[in-house]
Ligand binder design. Structure first.
Ligand code: SF4
Length: 215
């Protein structure tokens, strides 16, 4: 298992090839916490490259929870139909906007419990918002984080929930905020699901899977 110092080194190496994740890109471009929440909800089981242009277009006319309340669900579905599970997601966005307006003064709440009580917001989405928006310690485990954690040998798990729990034990809390952004970027560019590019990977020497593969 890596020591905290190893993890610090690995994260520094990953920074050298880091490419902004969807949430980093949208944050840097000034999108609001509400918009980041909607983008994260829409990105579940969908490609960021599909979601990003759709939300940028959508937020031009519908930037706030109030504006989604005025948008009939069938029209919202038309805006997002290229995204997987769009009907369910449209329903959740409508319900979630209503709750934010009525209960949270149109702001998004900041705790895990409050976030996961919103329609369509699961552990991963809540943890993403806590880490990316509120800059608080949280480990958002998506398919990339789950896959790479197991390849590195940091976890030996079959579900994202198990991975989150094991990473919380292994990774120093100050670094939790970096887990999703660094591993998602690494998974999208180098450590892809099929045929990871181990030969050009900056953290090969720290990776169980990569070292075995290259023996
Ligand atoms: S060495 Fe290969 S499997 Fe390991 S993190 Fe790098 S790309 Fe992924």
């Amino acid at each position: 298992m890596p020591t905290p110092k190893d993890i610090q080194t690995i994260f520094s190496l990953l920074e050298t090839s880091h490419k902004a994740t969807m949430l980093e890109e949208l944050s840097q471009q000034g999108f609001t916490p509400f918009q980041l929440l909607i983008a994260t909800l829409l990105s579940a089981r969908a490609k960021d490259s599909t979601v990003i242009p759709i939300v940028k277009q959508l937020f031009k006319t519908h930037p706030s929870p109030e504006s989604f309340l005025t948008l009939p669900q069938p029209q919202l579905e038309q805006h997002i139909y290229k995204i997987g599970f769009y009907k369910n997601k449209a329903k959740h966005i409508k319900q979630l906007s209503q709750i934010l307006v009525e209960k949270y003064n149109s702001q998004i709440p900041s705790t895990f419990e409050q976030l996961t009580s919103l329609p369509g917001v699961g552990r991963k989405t809540a943890n993403c918002i806590i880490a990316y928006v509120f800059k608080q310690p949280a480990i958002a485990v998506d398919i990339h984080v789950h896959r790479i954690s197991n390849r590195l040998g940091w976890t030996h798990t079959t579900t994202p929930e198990q991975t989150e729990t094991q990473l919380q034990t292994l990774v120093p809390k100050l670094q939790w905020i970096n887990v999703n952004r660094l591993l998602v970027s690494h998974g999208q560019t180098i450590c892809k699901p099929i045929n990871p590019s181990c030969s050009i990977c900056p953290i090969l020497q720290y990776c169980s899977y990569g070292k075995k593969k290259n023996i």
